[in-house]
Write a protein that binds this ligand. Structure first.
Ligand code: NAD
Length: 527
């Protein structure tokens, strides 16, 4: 069946083209859809793509019985109730990197326009004036630029400012010194940045820490005649303090694209401040950025519908995973959980994962993957990477994780333990290569089998003839055996068989196997 994707806001043609071209996608493009029509359309869709025109409310989310993905074609999520989506296991995707270049260039445009008085000069010429001395500017070359927040945009502004011959100093307590070196910015404290800069530009997110982080006291520490720029978020400079400093001439000019409240009221102090140039939050408004937003959102929604978690999602319980290289390891962890769930004799109420020789950054995602696997056979609701932890928590299951250096026998190993009452099962798996996943131990038994397909799991008394009996029964019932793995403890003790078969066994065949007096456990597993 095709995935149905509902688009309820105008989306650039480049994004629609991707959705139309995907053979497994059925596109329902109805920009401006509202009310009961919207709820009905959402109830019939697997994914919803919006911009800011559709409010993704709890009511809408709950109407989406088969909804798995909400794609916000843009950055802000003000119109999306992310918590409601998370509670329903719906992945929320946005496109945070699509407008980086546009915001970077807008910063440079605003700075240059400010330093050369371009808006005023333009208006003056239009009025028929020709007053050149009035529009004396300053050069950027040779000046010191202070960049607060050296992330995606701050670092790009740095590179461009250096091309203009500026000396760039930066303050960002959350990044490594190499990030400063890479773009040629000198790392300084905030105090030094305030004291040394001729021009300061902020590129941090708006957080409790950055809201009002540059106020009257900070401006007092700056050079007289400093120039300030904000194309990040309104409120990083205290707006009233900035307006006062402009009017007093302490700050010789400011360029501002963003306001604490947008649009700003008519009496907003910055609207009437001296030597300021303003724009209405248009840092991301370019044809290219809008195109990129549409393309990135459409591509990620299609990938997520096909099962990928390597998308820019805001409500996955792990961060910074953009490399699909981790996918086989994640799949293996999920299969260990799935296997454990199907051989344990009761509902799982505790879980633990141990990683050997595996990068620590994968700990969280591998834990979530194992939880997803172990919960899937037990719960009626659909368990995915978004909601696995909360589904587990609701059932009182917590997962602990431990990491170790490389084990002796394998270059990497995941051990997953699940408990139910007094019973505990322990399954370990390794990746020989990207496509070669193996389960290498089950409880005390060492084995080596591919975790895929229909598997019969048997624990029996280690006496002669069991393999023959099982083989004969399956042969008589025309069940083809693909792999037969045997393991045993002490001779005459217990043995384990893991038999991969081409088709599932019916209940009668399972019961027949169970009826052999050597058998202690017979279970059917689907991986
Ligand atoms: P980013 O997350 O890549 O970078 C932000 C940087 O700020 C990070 O390196 C972080 O370590 C740093 N930072 C956080 N707290 C800090 C603090 N207290 N002091 C110093 N540094 C701190 O973000 P980005 O994509 O570069 O975006 C930067 C800003 O630009 C954001 O606020 C974003 O919303 C805004 N933005 C505006 C427009 C627009 O239309 N005007 C468009 C795009 C982005």
């Amino acid at each position: 069946m095709k995935h149905r994707v509902l688009v309820t806001d105008t989306l650039a043609e480049s994004g629609l083209a991707i959705l139309r071209a995907a053979q497994d996608v059925d596109l329902d493009y109805r920009a401006g859809l509202k009310g009961s029509d919207l709820l009905r359309a959402v109830s019939e869709s697997d994914a919803l793509i919006t911009r800011s025109g559709t409010a993704v409310t709890p009511e809408l989310v709950n109407a989406g019985e088969r909804l798995r993905i909400v794609g916000r074609a843009g950055v802000g999520l003000d119109n999306v109730d992310v918590d409601a989506c998370t509670a329903r296991g719906i992945l929320v995707i946005n496109a945070p990197t699509a407008n980086i270049m546009s915001a970077t260039e807008h910063t440079m445009a605003m700075l240059l326009a400010l330093c050369r008085n371009i808006p005023e000069a333009h208006a003056s010429v239009k009025r028929g004036e020709w007053t050149r001395p009035k529009f004396m500017g300053i050069e950027l070359s040779g000046k010191t630029l202070g960049v607060v927040g050296l992330g995606r945009i701050g670092s790009r502004v740095t590179v461009r400012a250096r091309a203009f011959g500026m000396h760039v100093i930066g303050y960002d307590p959350y990044i490594a010194p190499t990030a400063f070196e890479r773009v040629g910015a000198e790392q300084v404290s905030l105090e030094d940045l305030l004291a040394q800069s001729d021009v300061i530009t902020v590129h941090t997110p708006l957080t409790d820490e950055t809201r009002g982080m540059i106020g009257a006291d900070d401006i007092a520490k700056m050079k007289d005649g400093v120039v300030l720029v904000n194309v990040a978020r309104g409120g990083i400079y205290e707006e009233k303090a900035l307006a006062d400093a402009l009017n007093r001439g302490k700050v010789s000019g400011a360029a501002v694209d963003v306001f604490a409240d947008e649009p700003p009221g008519k009496d907003h102090p910055l609207l009437n401040a001296k030597n300021i140039i303003l724009s209405p939050h248009i840092g991301a408004n370019t044809i290219e950025a809008q195109d990129r937003v549409a393309v990135q959102t459409a591509e990620m929604v299609v990938e997520a519908l096909r099962g990928s978690i390597f998308v820019s999602a805001v409500n996955l319980p792990f961060e910074g995973l953009s490399d699909a290289d981790a996918a086989p390891m994640i799949k293996l962890s999920e299969k260990l959980g799935l296997f454990a769930a199907q051989i344990i004799n009761g509902p799982v109420n505790r879980a633990a994962i141990e990683l050997w020789g595996i990068e620590e950054r994968l700990t969280k995602i591998l834990s979530v993957a194992a939880l997803k696997g172990v919960l899937t056979p037990f719960v009626a609701e659909s368990v995915n990477f978004v909601n696995a932890e909360s589904v587990a928590e609701n059932r009182g299951i917590a997962i602990s994780s431990t990491t170790h250096p490389t084990p002796h026998d394998y270059t990497n190993l995941i051990t997953f333990r699940a408990g139910s009452g007094t019973e505990e099962v322990c399954v370990s798996g390794t990746l020989f290569s990207e496509k070669n996943q193996r389960i290498v131990s089950v409880n005390a038994f060492r084995v080596e089998f591919k975790p895929e397909g229909h598997i019969i799991y048997i624990i029996n008394k280690d006496v002669p003839g069991v393999v023959g009996k099982v083989g004969t029964l399956l042969g008589d019932r025309e069940i083809n055996i693909a792999e037969y793995n045997l393991a045993r403890g002490e001779s005459g003790g217990k043995a384990m068989a893991v038999i991969t078969v081409d088709s599932p066994l019916d209940a009668d065949t399972i019961n027949f196997l169970k009826s052999y007096r050597e058998m202690e456990e017979v279970k059917q597993v689907k991986l």
